[in-house]
Design a protein around this ligand. Structure first.
Ligand SMILES: Cc1cc2nc3c(=O)[nH]c(=O)nc-3n(C[C@H](O)[C@H](O)[C@H](O)COP(=O)(O)O)c2cc1C
Length: 173
């Protein structure tokens, strides 16, 4: 898929079918995370891939905003080192790369950040030095997602030319 089309069509999905995601596709999604650039190339992140049905239920239970992830085919817990400046940006970039690589392969995903941290730490043996930054659930969609509309502000409302508030003229150069 063309990169822009991938970005333009990708939506968050929180309802998944039972169809399993093949191992090579899962590996490709994790490879996208591995290849993402991080602050000073520290690669401080760690990813826990949860595939077992019982563990997926546990993970969903350890969340306050991601109960839907119980039905994902697999979920990825993204951990970052809070001592690294910009560690949350790093997590966001790896997340988006995973989500786009997945979307390109027809696999949908959703993310959640509401976690019961102490519980999740205990259940998934997460070291205390690492922050639970986000969790992404992946799987084939339960319903068709083609042509789903995105609710986004117009560009003129969020982007400016030269100074805050100025309209952009892309033809200026
Ligand atoms: C930083 C961040 C945190 C988010 N946290 C949650 C969450 O806890 N639970 C959830 O269901 N979705 C969460 N989302 C997903 C957003 O709701 C989603 O990106 C937004 O609604 C746009 O969805 P769309 O691309 O399908 O239009 C989060 C997204 C971001 C970027």
């Amino acid at each position: 898929m063309d990169t822009f089309d991938c970005i333009a069509t990708k939506v968050e999905v929180r309802a998944f079918s039972k169809k399993p995601v093949p191992a090579d596709v899962k590996a490709r999604i994790l490879e996208a995370a591995r290849l993402t650039g991080s602050s000073m190339n520290t690669q401080h992140w760690r990813f826990i891939v949860v595939q077992d049905e019982g563990n997926l239920k546990q993970l969903a239970d350890d969340s306050s905003t991601g109960g839907w992830s119980a039905d994902s085919d697999f979920s990825v817990i993204i951990l970052t080192d809070p001592k690294v400046p910009g560690h949350i940006i790093d997590a966001g970039r790896a997340l988006q790369d995973m989500q786009l690589a997945a979307w390109d392969a027809g696999v949908c995903s959703g993310i959640f950040t509401g976690v019961k941290a102490d519980k999740m730490r205990k259940d998934f043996a997460i070291p205390k030095e690492l922050e639970i930054t986000a969790v992404a659930g992946f799987g084939y969609p339960k319903e068709s997602v083609t042509g789903k509309k995105k609710d986004r502000k117009p560009l003129g409302e969020i982007a400016f030319g030269e100074k805050f508030g100025n309209e952009i003229d892309f033809k200026v150069k």
